[in-house]
Structure formats: C-alpha cells, structure tokens
Design a protein around this ligand. Structure first.
Ligand code: GDG
Length: 456
C-alpha cells in the first residue's frame, strides 16, 4: 500500500493548536499509512543523525534535533531573513550572510540523510514550504526515486527580486528534483514559468542522464475547514467571547483584523487607513470599533521587533487623536486567542480588514467568510496582493499601500445594504467550500500520484 510522508519544518507536537492545515494533513495520515517528518522542535548540543519516531495523537511523527547554530542559520537566517522577506518583496529587510545559505543547505542535507533510510519504494512524499526547497535534491542523492511533491505556502517572488537572492540559481535548480511544485496562485505559476524560461531553468535541470524532467508546476489555492469553523461557533467559548465583546461594543459595528505580527501583513498601513476613515467621517465616531489581534511571531528577528514598535506608535497616535472618555476607536492586542474565541469574534464583526502587502493565500479571509450568518453577513475588505484575491471576486479588493482606497472601501463596507452583503457572501461561501483544505490536499495528492513526469 502507498504510504504518505509529510515533511515540514515543524512537526505537530502534542500541544499544537489544531489549525486547519494541521487538521487536514493529519486526516491524510489517518486515512493512509505513513508519517510526518521534520525538526523535532528540540535543540541538542551535538544532535544525533538518527531520526526519532513517536506517536502524537495517533499519527507517527519523526524528526531530528538541531543545534542552536544550525537552527539560527537555517531558520532565523536563510529561511526567515532571506527567503521570507525576499519572497514578500522586501529585499530591504533581508540579511544576506553567506553562512546562512550554507546552514540552510546543511540542515536540509541532514534531514534528508535521517529520513532516507525510512522511505519505502512506493511512498508518496510531500514537502512543505520555503524552509525545505533543497530537500528533494538531497533525498535524490540518497537514491530516493519516489514521487516527491512540494507546496510553497508563501508567494513566489518577482524575477528581479529572485535574482537578488544569493545562490538563486542553485536554489531554483533544487526545484527540479521535485515531480510536482504546487504554488498558491496563478500569478505565482506565471512568475515561476517566466523565471524558468528566462534563467533557462531547463538548462539548469539535472542532466537527462538521471531520467528526470522538469517538475509539473501548478496552482493549488489552499483553504480552511469551513465545517470545522461552523462547529466552533457552537462551542461555549465562541459564544461566551461573542457575548462579552458584543456587550462591550454596545451597538457599535466591529471591524476585525487577525494577523501574526509580521511586516508582510500591512498593519501600519491598515491602522493609517482607519485613521483616515475616522478623519473623513465624523458620523462614524462612536459607531465603529476596530479590533486588531496580532500575536507576536518570530520575535527573535530584529525586523519583527521593529514592526511591533512601529505599530505601537501608529496605534497610540490613532487613540490619542480620536479616543473619547466613552469611546475607544481601536483595540490592539498582541496576544494569541483560542481558535474558538476567534470564531466568535469573526461572527460578531461586520467587516474584516485583511490587507497584507503580499500574502501567499491568507486563511483569515477564508475563516471570516466561514463564520458569517446568512441572515446578517459581514463584508470582507481584501488586499489585491493576497493570493486569496484571485478567488474572492466578491470581496472589496483594495491596494493596501493606498490607504485612501482602503479607507473608502471600509466606508463602503460599513454602509453596505443587507441585500448586497448577502449576495456577496453567498458567492464567497461557495468559493471557500470549493477550496476547502481537504479538497486542496486531495487535489495535490492526486496530481502527485498521477504525475507522469518521472521516467523510472
Ligand atoms: C502562511 C502564508 C498562507 C492568527 N492569530 C491567531 C490565530 N491565527 C491563525 C489564523 C490563521 C493563521 O493563524 C494565519 O494564516 P494566514 O494564512 O493568514 O497567514 P500565515 O501565518 O502567514 O500563513 C499564508 C498560509 O501559510 C497557509 O498556506 O495562507 O499566505 O503566509 O489560521 O486563524 N490562531 C489562533 N489564535 C490567534 O490569536 N488560534
């Protein structure tokens, strides 16, 4: 029987909050034999190359520990100080130290060496995200000829930006060792193909001698688990959160934002757009409230501390300018909330502001749609630069750099008649169901299983 192997930087731990992605991938593993593999999440001074396997809630999870130096170069370094900013159009925030790429390659090589002995000839291998681009190439060196797929959760960069990444040809050549490369959006596939053509990636492909062809590159837009969110809305936690916040809000209309505190999410611009809205529309004072939930993320990296401080300043300015003793226009919390509490808040909010400067997909947009009631649905204001914009035609699409445009869309959303809200929401609801995360997993795995680009 074909087994399924899933590989990602972090593996699910016993305490991992069950996000849609984790749930969908776990489901894949409960339906077939196989295991999940990656970094254990543990540090060791002199880590062993032997993979450790254990049972985590009924699925098998394997991995290796890393040394702190390895982790620094591979994770904070090349993955999150080069690839993440560059792939999100922020070359100015990169830190391109040569040892980062070496460390990144070395960790991928160690993961491959630890994994290779556990692979059987019919196993399907699915690798996730930018931390692991060289993994298939490293596995091939161990004689692994299995079908290997890759899914990139973040956007694919513009060509000129990609060209500015040291070793970009070496990195891009590593894609050729996969059979299927899945990207979030058609825009990403178009850029990948352009790069491949311009850089003559075909020429960079490992020679025909090893019998491999260029990978199949396709868009597989990821989604959420709409029925999971519907079920969360029924929980006591969701209902209690909704009630408490509704009471505090009186009859004000809630605008919500939920984002990891990351510079790609456009939070300062979003706060400025809200500031412009309040400056232009006195009629909205005391009538609206903006709640931004922004759990800290990767806060050992200086650029993440900077965005956090910048946001404190903008939030303080908006408060100082517009707050009244009996009205706070803005509530900004740097903390994570349980998913059920989020569901309750999504349900209460009349508008979701999802305005990243660039985003692979953006699952918050899907989650917000999943949590609306047909009788009184809210409006989604969405960045054109999120992958989600390709599938959510019925959102109000904005350029998040243009804070005036965002402020105008916000006003339109707050004043939108019920019939239009319902009609837009019905279309959006159909879209999130179409792209539900388990369909996404099935589509990818079907493409991987049927792929014929590997001649054996
Ligand atoms: C990457 C890509 C792509 C947020 N705050 C809390 C919380 N969250 C959850 C949300 C949502 C997830 O985190 C964020 O997902 P996004 O898709 O918005 O963004 P990234 O984290 O950047 O994800 C992105 C995604 O991968 C999947 O491929 O869509 O483009 O960048 O699920 O709900 N969850 C809880 N408490 C919080 O306070 N429980």
């Amino acid at each position: 029987m074909t087994r399924q192997i899933i590989i990602s930087n972090r593996t699910p731990g016993t305490s991992t909050a069950a996000g849609g992605l984790a749930v969908a991938l776990r489901k894949v593993l409960t339906e077939r034999d196989g295991f999940w593999f990656g970094w254990t999440g543990e540090f060791a001074e002199d880590p062993s190359d032997e993979a450790q396997f254990r049972d985590v809630g009924g699925i098998t999870v394997g991995g290796i520990d890393l040394s702190r130096d390895e982790h620094h170069a591979y994770y904070e370094g090349f993955s999150n100080s080069v690839l993440w900013p560059a792939f999100h159009h922020r070359l100015d925030l990169t830190d391109m130290r040569p040892e980062f790429y070496e460390g990144y390659r070395a960790v991928n090589k160690r993961l491959a060496a630890a994994l290779a002995p556990h692979i059987q000839p019919d196993d399907l291998i699915w690798v996730h995200d930018y931390h692991l681009i060289p993994l298939a190439e490293a596995l091939r060196k161990h004689g692994i000829n299995n079908r290997i797929g890759f899914f990139l959760h973040i956007p694919f960069p513009e060509i000129e930006t990609l060209n500015a990444i040291p070793h970009h040809e070496d990195l891009m050549r590593a894609f050729n060792a996969f059979d299927v490369v899945g990207l979030q959006a058609e825009r990403d596939v178009a850029t990948y193909n352009d790069y491949a053509l311009n850089a003559r990636l075909g020429d960079l492909a490992p020679s025909a001698g090893n019998g491999r062809h260029a990978p199949t590159v396709m868009a597989f837009p990821i989604g959420t688990a709409p029925s999971g969110f519907a079920a969360l809305l029924e929980t006591e936690q969701a209902q209690r959160t909704r009630e408490l916040v509704a009471r505090a809000m009186a009859d004000r209309n809630l605008i919500i934002g939920v984002d990891r505190l990351d510079y790609s999410k456009g939070l300062p611009q979003r706060f400025e757009a809200y500031e412009q809205l309040l400056a232009a529309h006195r009629d909205l004072h005391r009538e609206v409230h903006f709640l931004q939930i922004a759990p800290p993320s990767r806060d050992t990296i200086p650029e993440y501390q900077e965005i956090s401080e910048r946001l404190d300043l903008v939030a303080g300015r908006v408060m100082g300018r517009f707050a009244e003793p009996d009205w706070t226009p803005l509530n900004y919390v740097k903390r994570a909330y349980p998913q059920a509490a989020l569901a309750g808040l999504y349900n209460l909010a009349g508008v979701a502001l999802v305005t990243p400067l660039r985003d692979g997909m953006n699952l918050v947009a899907h989650e917000y749609v999943a949590c609306q009631d047909e009788a009184d649905p809210g409006v989604l204001v969405l960045s054109r630069f999120a992958g989600a914009a390709e599938i959510f035609e019925d959102a109000l699409l904005v350029n998040p750099h243009d804070t005036q445009e965002t402020a105008d869309a916000l006003y339109t959303a707050l004043r939108m008649p019920l019939a239009e809200r319902q009609s837009r929401w019905r279309h959006l609801k159909a879209v999130i169901e179409d792209y539900a995360v388990d369909h996404w997993a099935q589509r990818f795995l079907t493409a991987l299983a049927n792929d014929t680009s590997t001649s054996s």
